[in-house]
Structures are given as C-alpha cells and as structure tokens.
Design a protein around this ligand. Structure first.
Ligand code: NI
Length: 277
C-alpha cells in the first residue's frame, strides 16, 4: 500500500469498518476491553518516551552511484578512444542526439536520483532549440560533447564543412551553457582518420567512439536495450545510447540499477580519459 493511500483512509477504514458504523464499533471495542480489566485501557497504558525511535527511511531508496570526484583533465596523445582503462570498474554512459524536450529531462531525473553523471553528445541545432535543457545538463554535473550541428555524415563533407559543423555546435553549447565541449562524437561513427587528426589539432577534440552498442535506435524494446548493455559492459566501457528515443530512456532505470548492482561506478568520458592517462 502506498503511504498516501494510508493517510487518506479514515480510522474506520483502517480498522476494516464501514464509515457509518466506525464510531459505534470503536466504542464497543473499548468498552469490552475495559470491562475485562476493570479499568479504561486508555488510562492504563503508560509508555516511557522512546528515545531510540528514528523515523523509518523511505522504503526502497534505491541504488546510488558513489561521489566520483575524479580529475577531468586528460592529456593523452591518442586522437580517438572507444573505451577507458580496464583497471577500474568504471563505465561511461553516453547519450547522443539530444537535447530532446521531454526525453532528456526525464533521463536527467533518473540520473539525478542515482547520483550518476553521464556524457551527452548533443546536436547543435537541438541546443539552439532547447538551450534551457542544455543548461540543465551542465548544471547537474554532466559532461557535454560535440555531435555536429546538423547530424550529417562527416565523411561526405569537405574539411571546411566539417569545421563549420564543429564550430557552430561549439558556439551553441557555449552560448547556452557557458562551457566548451572537450570531446566530439561523429554521427554514425563515421569519420576518416585525417578528419580525426584535424579535429584533434584544431579543436583539441579527441574522437569518442564506444565499446558497447545496444542498437537502441532500432527500437528493440526497453528490456532488450537493458540486457544488451548489461551483458556488454565491462571495466572502462563507453556505452552508447540515444536520449532521442523514449524507449531508450524507459530502459535506463533497470540499466543503471543493473550496472550499479554489478559493482560498476559511473564516470564521465573526460574522467575516463583522465584515468587512462
Ligand atoms: Ni547521432
């Protein structure tokens, strides 16, 4: 029974009595009990104050990620990563293609409840559409990364077009949140080596791929998304998901709790790269 339901019940309902007869029935209960002992039970009950009493914690507070106060400054020379160090039981959850007006706030609530920081690879056009959500992402301690402005396949663009995609998105993120993205992820994972080199030298962006892909964009259903992530995760995993898709967000409570109960801690991509050294 929910606590609220209990509070809304009348005393008669709690005793299993109908509302109209509750007063009479209660009176007869008291009098029969009183006659058995020869005094009023209400006067005979003397309880010392219970100093040991503590209000119960709310039931099922749920699993919680520990505070992961790790460095975020990375200085590796690699221009591309698909995972972090396997020496630690840490994983990085990444969410692409947002911000989305309803899915992203729903996801942020789930993350906040569990003290999890994630990394959001946002589309610049969506940041301009929903700057307040981008702000909330950063305000709640998550990392924000560059996922282009129009989500076009970068391997089909000229170098100057790629540059423009990155620049426009970076500007939109800085405008909305005040912070500069530190990594990028190419749409569809498509990026030539020379393009990665250019983004690293001109923007200081390492290219971030992934090691676990639940193929959630195919919409296999929330439970499949969860089981694919749980079976694919290991130390240092970078997990790909999309907050663009409602069923993906629906899959996240079981996914987060499943990973936490298996002993994984959640950190951001920058924290993962800093650990890699
Ligand atoms: Ni994408």
């Amino acid at each position: 029974m929910k606590r609220r339901d209990l509070l809304q019940m009348t005393p008669g309902a709690v005793l299993g009595l109908s509302a109209c007869s509750s007063k009479d029935a209660l009176a007869s209960l008291v009098s029969s009990s009183a006659s058995g002992r020869g005094q009023s039970p209400l006067q005979s009950v003397k309880m010392p104050p219970n100093t040991q009493y503590r209000p119960p914690a709310y039931a099922n507070q749920g699993l919680r990620n520990p505070n992961m106060n790790l460095p975020t400054a990375f200085s590796g020379s690699a221009i591309s990563y698909s995972r972090g160090s396997s020496a630690y039981a840490n994983v990085a959850m990444t969410f692409d293609d947002g911000p989305h007006p309803t899915n992203t706030p729903r996801l942020l609530d789930m993350l906040r409840k569990r003290n999890i920081r994630a990394t959001f690879y946002v589309i610049g056009g969506n940041v301009d559409r929903y700057p307040h959500i981008a702000r909330r992402i950063v305000a709640e301690g998550h990392e924000i990364g560059n996922h282009t402005y129009t989500h076009r396949k970068l391997t089909s663009l000229s170098e100057s077009e790629v540059r423009k995609e990155m620049r426009r998105t970076q500007d939109a993120i800085v405008r909305a949140t005040g912070v500069k993205p530190r990594t990028m992820r190419p749409p569809y994972g498509a990026l030539f080596q020379r393009q990665r080199q250019m983004l690293f030298s001109e923007f200081n962006y390492p290219t971030i791929m992934w090691s676990v892909d639940p193929q959630d964009w195919r919409r296999p259903g929330p439970s499949v998304v969860t089981s694919r992530i749980l079976s694919g995760a290991n130390n240092g995993a970078i997990i790909l998901a999309h907050d663009l898709h409602a069923p993906t967000v629906t899959a996240m409570p079981a996914t987060f709790d499943g990973l936490l109960s298996r002993g994984y801690n959640f950190i951001t991509v920058s924290q993962l790269l800093a650990q890699k050294g």
